[in-house]
Design a protein around this ligand. Structure first.
Ligand SMILES: NC(=O)C1=CN([C@@H]2O[C@H](COP(=O)(O)OP(=O)(O)OC[C@H]3O[C@@H](n4cnc5c(N)ncnc54)[C@H](OP(=O)(O)O)[C@@H]3O)[C@@H](O)[C@H]2O)C=CC1
Ligand SMILES: O=C(O)[C@@H]1CCC=N1
Length: 268
């Protein structure tokens, strides 16, 4: 069995760590690294996991999951990259950074897999997209899938699609939370108590998401089934169209994709 080190266990690193533990990955096969002593103590206290320094993680683990912010990746790789033997697998969770970024600091031929997951991994409902870098084999992709499948669904995509994936599913939970927040405010405008508005919209989101996933119907068909002639829903849809919500979403996701490209440009 492989030993996985989560390098930089912040929010998403902890999501990965907790998911692996829930899935039954033995804690003695997991290592984490953290920059601050209080964060290290928090992780050990919460999960019983061994916190080590980055060099020890490289020496003891055979899979290195890089979960630092993209802006911290260069400093990390300058220090660590040349010490990583080429038989280890590097799995990057970093938005924007291409596998070629990591290759710059690694011994020639080191396999790198690029992954974009999302925070619903905390409830085993992540969407994780996985791409092979130049030296990653089919077996490396299978190993990355083994790591992320317990956290939800996985999909393989060409690396060229990862910036778009980041804009859609990586950042996606934030858009849904934003919508729920706005719709809760709308409920308050209509005179509902905040908690009632929240509960109504959260359950509506859950029901709608399950229908989207399980009914096999196109979203348009599902929306049409709600939209009665001369009814209430079509009035709301007209306002959404008048306010350009569809265009706003197209522009928003394009902006997220562009930011991922900018991160790459700043680092490659
Ligand atoms: N948040 C999300 O929903 C998603 C994030 N990602 C990606 O995951 C990565 C991490 O994001 P996120 O978890 O939100 O960010 P966080 O800032 O929460 O986590 C990054 C962690 O890395 C630590 N760190 C930085 N440099 C080092 C180092 N040299 N050695 C050890 N630890 C180090 C930081 O320590 P310190 O606490 O001291 O700063 C921090 O704890 C990013 O690249 C992001 O693009 C991908 C998908 C979704
Ligand atoms: O906002 C970010 O940059 C990260 C990547 C995807 C989700 N969060």
């Amino acid at each position: 069995m492989h030993t996985i080190a989560v390098i930089g266990a912040g929010k998403i690193g902890e999501v990965l760590l907790s998911g692996l533990l829930r899935a039954g990955w033995p804690v003695e096969r997991l290592l984490v690294t953290a920059r601050r002593a209080e964060r290290a103590a928090e992780l050990t206290g919460r999960y019983g996991v061994e916190v080590v320094d980055n060099a020890t993680a490289v020496a003891r683990a055979d899979v290195l999951a890089i979960a630092v912010k993209p802006q911290d990746a260069e400093a990390l790789m300058v220090d660590l990259g040349p010490r990583i033997p080429a038989e280890k697998l590097v799995v990057s969770l970093c938005a924007g950074l291409p596998t070629s970024f990591f290759a710059k600091w690694l011994p020639a031929g080191t396999p790198v897999v690029r992954v974009m997951t999302n925070t619903p991994a905390l409830v085993d409902e992540a969407m994780t997209a996985i791409s092979a870098g130049a030296h990653a084999s089919a077996a490396h992709l299978v190993l990355a899938e083994e790591m992320f499948r317990p956290l939800g669904r996985t999909i393989r995509v060409p690396e060229s699609q990862q910036d778009a994936v980041t804009a859609l599913s990586g950042s996606g939970p934030a858009y849904f939370y934003y919508l729920v927040e706005a719709m809760t405010d709308a409920g308050i405008l209509l005179g509902l108590p905040r908690q009632v508005a929240h509960d109504l919209i959260v359950q509506t989101a859950i029901g709608s998401a399950i229908m989207l996933r399980d009914s096999g119907e196109h979203p348009v068909t599902l929306r049409e089934a709600v939209t009665s002639p001369a009814g209430t829903t079509i009035n709301a849809i007209r306002e959404l169209e008048n306010h350009g919500v569809r265009a706003a979403l197209l522009a928003a996701l394009e902006a997220a994709r562009d930011r991922a490209r900018e991160i790459a440009d700043q680092n490659v």
